[in-house]
Design a binder for this molecule. Structure first.
Ligand code: NAP
Length: 452
């Protein structure tokens, strides 16, 4: 396992992988912790959850710096990510009682009800792009519901993975209720055969999702998958163009363009295409690219060298296929893995920038004849994670929202996750939901009890 700073390509630290024996011992100890933890009262669990939230807040600066060093996120966004983790912990502390309360059901029996019991050990395979948020949005509801968590984090953010494990311990959770496994992606599949592990959640690429889902199927194990996306950002003829363009630039470049729910296809109605294009190009050119540790920086480097190479190739292919570079489009000379905010015009279905997920600050513009054509373009994607619609007619937008094949729609706003709202996708973006009431339901046994 190796952590490398994407800003200068320098190694931060190397960590030895766990041996098979170490992995098995960690699973064993987490299972023992689960047997103890499931007996804890909800009040006890809530107290620890809130201690964890306070600890996150106390250590925010140190943890934000670690995140930025390991994966290049601009520091102001790292701080915001940690604050959001705190919100999720607060939200589930407040709602756990309500969400987990047994539900009485009227039947002919003397008493019938549904209770929500923990499943046991849940394996979380997580990506590097939101090193804290991805983990907490799973662990906050699942651990308070009585489960134990095993984290297999992305190999380039091991410092963050170990820091999260330490936070759980320092907050006073039972030793081993949250364990980090230092194993590469290639060693994950055998864990799916391990009968001590009862369920899994993976956030990451489609390829990893397919691999885990196949194994989960063989083992009849519950699995939640949060995979890639190519979110449409639809601008209709009556939209507030200046606002749409400003938000579009943010929606495409947040987290250096490496977010699953980033706007990735900008579908603009013909009548406003030119005005949106001009305003959007201006907004993208305004963004400050630089040292992610600087408070001034809007866009930092990509997280890994190979991501930069892949992005460059995707842009080259898109241009060969007919796209026109309107901004950026050329990698700067630098030790870091930087790619500039880029706008591609004249993108059509079939073009690489339309068909593939673009994981970097590159925005394809696609012209739509009218609303129906915009909807058709939006839905002609393998992915179905999120989408946004920009118009002054919210009735039209709500009708379109019903037809969009995605898990989340924002009207006149940028798609973002919120602990209070369910999050997840359809089609190749995966299945299952995280966050809200729905996320908490994923890793509990919905158990019927009837007294005749
Ligand atoms: P990735 O390669 O799939 O890595 C994600 C995690 O899966 C890492 O922990 C990785 O471990 C592990 N992994 C990789 N191959 C595996 C395999 N065959 N079996 C089991 N585990 C495996 O994903 P990425 O390219 O780093 O992350 C970006 C992708 O994640 C994008 O497609 C993005 O859209 C998606 N994403 C989705 C969401 C969402 O909520 N829908 C959120 C964030 C990101 P190693 O690091 O050791 O390889």
């Amino acid at each position: 396992m190796i952590s490398v700073n994407p800003y200068d390509g320098q190694t931060i630290r190397e960590y030895p992988d766990f041996t098979a024996e170490q992995t098995s011992a960690a699973v064993d100890s987490a299972e023992k912790a689960f047997f103890e933890w499931r007996g804890a009262t909800l009040t006890e669990r809530k107290v620890l959850n809130l201690k964890l939230r306070d600890l996150l807040e106390k250590k925010k600066d140190e943890l934000a710096r670690l995140m930025t060093l390991e994966m290049g996120k601009p520091i102001k966004q790292s701080c915001a990510e940690l604050e959001k983790c705190g919100l999720a912990l607060s939200y589930y502390s407040e709602k756990a009682e309500l969400f987990l309360a047994p539900q009485m059901v009227e039947t002919e029996a003397q008493k019938s009800y549904v209770r929500f019991d923990p499943l046991g050990l849940v394996l979380a395979v997580m990506p590097w792009n939101f090193p804290f948020w991805q983990v907490f949005r799973f662990s906050a509801p699942s651990v308070i519901a009585g489960n134990a968590a095993l984290l297999k984090h992305a190999s380039n953010v091991t410092g963050c993975a170990l820091a999260i494990e330490t936070l759980y311990r320092e907050a006073g959770f039972p030793e081993n209720i949250f364990r980090t496994l230092l194993i590469p992606g290639s060693n994950v599949l055998p864990l799916m055969d391990d009968q001590r592990i009862k369920a899994a959640t993976l956030t990451g690429s489609e390829a990893a999702g397919v691999a885990i889902a196949e194994k989960a199927g063989r083992n009849l194990k519950k699995v939640v998958l949060e995979l890639g996306g190519s979110d449409p950002f639809i601008v209709l003829g009556d939209a507030d163009i200046a606002k749409a363009a400003a938000v579009a630039a943010k929606a495409r470049t947040i987290n250096n363009g490496q977010s699953c729910i980033a706007a990735k296809r900008f579908i603009v109605e013909q009548s406003v295409y030119d005005s949106f294009r001009n305003a959007f190009v201006d907004e993208m050119n305004k963004l400050k690219v630089g040292d992610p540790l600087s408070e001034e920086t809007d866009v930092g480097p990509l997280a890994k060298r190979e991501f930069l190479e892949e992005l460059e190739q995707q842009v080259e292919r898109s241009v060969k296929e007919g796209a026109i570079v309107l901004a950026g489009g050329k990698k700067p000379e630098s030790d870091g893995w930087f790619y500039p905010p880029t706008v591609l015009g004249n993108v059509k279905p079939g073009n690489t920038a339309f068909e593939e997920e673009i994981f970097g600050p590159v925005a394809p513009l696609i012209m739509a004849r009218d609303n129906d054509h915009a909807m058709k373009l939006a839905n002609s994607s393998r992915f179905g994670l999120g989408g946004s619609i920009w118009t002054s007619d919210t009735q039209v937008a709500e009708k379109m929202a019903a037809e969009l094949e995605v898990g989340t729609v924002f009207i006149n706003g940028m798609v973002k996750s919120d602990p209070r709202l369910p999050f997840g996708g359809v089609k190749a973006s995966g299945f299952g939901r995280e966050l809200s009431y729905f996320g908490m339901r994923e890793f509990v046994n919905v158990k019927t009890v009837v007294i005749e």
